[in-house]
Design a protein around this ligand. Structure first.
Ligand SMILES: N[C@@H](CCC(=O)N[C@@H](CS)C(=O)NCC(=O)O)C(=O)O
Length: 291
């Protein structure tokens, strides 16, 4: 391993605006709003403020799954929060999520309305509210929540660790890439072993644990994350790959992935969703054709 660092940390770290790498324009060492901005509220009880990232699509996939099962109360408005533009620091968004990260959700069917932030908490809230995608049997439920919490604890090593240093960081640091590739591959092996004897993470049932995990690790295996499938030898995780492809083929997953997506193929981008018909009429290709 190359040893090349002439950096000695100062006694007290100071914030220099340019030291945040590609996210320097939005990264800051303090919380709280930067500007006043109310959030819009649409016609449905569930108001989602999000973006089509792995954390965001966890929620839109679950909502589309619930709607496909016939839970009409799962209809939702999905508003786009452009984190590259700093929308997550608007006062209205910070009121819903003091941590200034997507996804965040308001449920206006309660009085007063209920705020929920952290994608895992949103999945659990919706699964409990609709009594779906979460096993009822206590032992199965414990297994499912264990995998959900595993994902919530593990994904930051994949995104903030591996993805950041392999893909986004302005310099390639061998030590950091080695450390986080080791961990990402260890996590993939955890999944591989679990999915060797189980169709889904919690057994035979497709649950919020799969819905939370698939956008991260399924995305990595299917080469949608960090262009790193070859680097991590995705094909060697045969059972995790079988699981990733099976979930990828669900129509609900295809729809969920389109919501609040503002990059990629125009026909896959539905910037905002306010009605089920928006998938047919408001994708970016349709909007461009109508102009
Ligand atoms: N643990 C959080 C993580 C959410 C998160 O990291 N969201 C990212 C996008 S995927 C974000 O909003 N980043 C904006 C920022 O850090 O300013 C969750 O699961 O909801």
């Amino acid at each position: 391993m190359s040893e090349s660092s002439d950096y000695t940390p100062p006694k007290v770290w100071k914030w220099e605006a340019e030291n945040g790498g590609p996210f320097a324009s939005t990264n800051r060492p303090i919380a709280g709003p930067t500007h006043e901005k109310e959030l819009p509220i649409g016609k449905h009880p569930l108001q989602l403020y999000s973006l089509g990232t792995p954390n965001g699509v966890k929620v839109t996939i679950l909502l589309e799954e619930l709607l496909a099962l016939g839970y009409e109360d799962a209809e939702y408005d999905a508003w786009i929060i452009k984190i590259g533009d700093g929308d997550q620091f608007g006062s209205g968004f910070v009121d819903v999520n003091p941590n200034s990260k997507i996804p965040a959700m308001m449920d206006h069917s309660t009085n007063p309305p209920t705020r929920v932030f952290e994608s895992g908490a949103i999945l659990l809230y919706l699964a409990e509210r609709f009594n779906a995608f979460l096993p009822r049997d206590p032992a199965d439920r414990a297994e499912c929540l264990s995998w959900l919490m595993w994902l919530m604890g593990s994904a930051p090593y994949l995104g903030g660790g591996f993805g950041h240093f392999y893909n986004y960081a302005p310099i390639k640091i061998e030590y950091a890439i080695d450390r986080f590739t080791m961990e990402a591959k260890r996590q993939l092996d955890v999944l591989e072993r679990r999915l060797t004897d189980n169709r889904y993470l919690c057994g035979d049932e497709y649950t919020i644990a799969d819905i939370a995990t698939w956008p991260w690790y399924g995305g990595l295996l299917l080469n949608r994350q960090y262009d790193a499938a070859e680097f991590v030898d995705a094909e060697s995780y045969t059972n995790a790959m079988r699981w990733a492809k099976e979930i990828d083929a669900r129509e609900t997953v295809k729809r969920g992935r389109m919501v609040n997506k503002h990059r990629g193929e125009p026909h896959e981008q539905l910037h905002e969703r306010h009605d089920a018909s928006d998938f047919d009429t408001k994708t970016q290709d349709k909007i461009a054709a109508a102009e």
